[in-house]
Design a protein around this ligand. Structure first.
Ligand code: ZN
Length: 439
């Protein structure tokens, strides 16, 4: 009888918490969404829902055994939907269990009312996909009917460091700082010449380069919601301080295209990173850093990822006035992130992307976070998607995880039900508003 009573209590707690989580909008702290008009410029004949399987999900397909030619076929928009699905079908059973796949199925369910992705539903999904994809569909996708997101923060991958959005209230933007400090081969074609062009500055010295960086902050510092670097894909986060006197001659070497050693390139990056982070701090912009797990396949240097937490704590100490938003829960080093966030004032934990990498770890992380570190430094959602439709499924998974974590905290008597309900607003949107200065 007692067991039964406990079960009933559990259901009641869950219901009440989930209802609150459902009604509360997210501030989504990380997306790669293109502009709606860019999405709509693709002709419907070439626009297939199966392209949504490209980012993330196809990484799992490769991990499960698909070869790269197979993946290229899946991504080939010249092929028919059926030809592309033929690549997925043999492995669907092997990858359908992952949250990458579940997020897609959640999206299809929430958006199109179709319960599963299978050969028997792919045509129907296509029909509904094209039906939904029309002017205003970003707003619709973010409405309380679907993802229930008040605004999101886009890290544009168009190439330009900042994108002027057509919907700036909905698609807030990060300013990418990678071209300001990173070596040329990682900055997506933004050489010193190209990057300084809009500022109309001819760069002959490190002082000129500072002026270029300053120009970007003058132009976009007010409009941007944060600055962002994903340079952890290219190197360690050990941006140790390097003085201007050492960096200036290295910069001259770089603009003269003289050969530079790895050590020299790293020292120059470290110095410019310091200058850039200083600027961001001056502009009151949080510094978002990719940490932890890598998107993609067959290429994650785990030893380097494992060094992230140590480097992150040095960053907090070397830049004591900067707010670092450590992204992706630093997965799989979320315990270290928890310790960092508890210890360093400047550290903020961002769970963007985490709910579809390892949803159980995400749920446990949130639960542990809420009884370990200050409430005002946790951000619980960022989709990290290029398709707005995918954000819907991801948000559905995140909402369930958040509600489960809070339900368990009540059952285990860490929180009363009232306390659990009271943290929903800050962790889903209130903290983001404060950290990113959103009215
Ligand atoms: Zn991302």
């Amino acid at each position: 009888m007692k067991y039964r009573k406990n079960m009933e209590d559990r259901v009641d707690i869950w219901k009440e918490i989930f209802e609150k989580v459902r009604k509360t909008p997210f501030i989504d702290t990380h997306e790669h969404l293109s502009e709606e008009s860019d999405r709509l410029s693709i002709s419907p004949e070439k626009d297939s829902w199966i392209s949504m399987m490209g980012p993330y999900f196809s990484d799992d397909l490769i991990s499960a055994g698909l070869d790269e030619q197979g993946r290229a076929k899946l991504l080939d928009t010249e092929l028919s939907l059926h030809e592309r699905w033929a690549v997925v079908e043999p492995l669907w059973g092997a990858v359908r269990n992952t949250a990458y796949a579940k997020a897609l199925e959640f999206s299809v369910k929430e958006l199109y009312g179709i319960d599963e992705i299978s050969f028997s539903t792919i045509d129907q999904i296509q029909e509904k996909y094209l039906e939904f994809r029309k002017e205003g569909f970003y707003k619709e996708a973010f409405s309380s009917r679907y993802a229930h997101i008040e605004s999101c923060q886009v890290n544009s991958l168009d190439g330009a460091p900042f994108r002027e959005s057509e919907q700036p209230e909905l698609l807030m933007q990060d300013l990418s700082i990678v071209p300001m400090f990173a070596r040329e081969e990682v900055v997506l074609g933004l050489s010193i010449e190209k990057f300084s062009e809009p500022a109309n500055i001819s760069v002959q010295s490190i002082d000129d380069w500072y002026k270029v960086i300053d120009w970007y902050f003058v132009q976009y510092g007010e409009k941007a919601v944060a600055v962002k670097s994903q340079n952890a894909y290219n190197r360690d986060l050990d941006y140790d301080p390097v003085a201007k006197e050492s960096a200036a001659p290295l910069f001259l070497k770089r603009i003269k295209k003289e050969e530079m050693s790895e050590e020299e390139m790293k020292a120059l990056e470290n110095h410019l990173f310091g200058y850039t982070v200083g600027k961001a701090t001056e502009y009151n912009l949080p510094v978002k850093l990719h940490t932890g797990y890598f998107a993609g396949f067959n290429g994650m240097p785990m030893a380097r990822v494992a060094r992230n937490p140590g480097d992150m704590s040095n960053l907090c100490m070397n830049f004591p006035n900067t707010r670092f938003v450590f992204m992706h829960m630093t997965y799989p080093y979320e315990s270290e992130l928890l310790a960092l966030t508890k210890h360093h004032r400047g550290a903020v934990a961002d769970m963007c992307w985490a709910w579809i990498i390892d949803p159980v770890a995400a749920q446990n992380f949130l639960k542990r976070y809420l009884v370990t570190a200050p409430l005002n430094k946790i951000l619980t959602f960022g989709g990290d998607h290029s398709y707005v439709e995918c954000t819907i499924g991801h948000a559905a998974i995140a909402r369930r995880g958040i509600a489960r974590a809070l339900t368990e905290l009540v059952q285990e008597e860490w929180f009363t039900l009232e306390e659990a309900l009271a943290v929903v607003e800050p962790i889903m949107c209130g903290n983001a508003k404060e950290i990113f200065h959103i009215d």
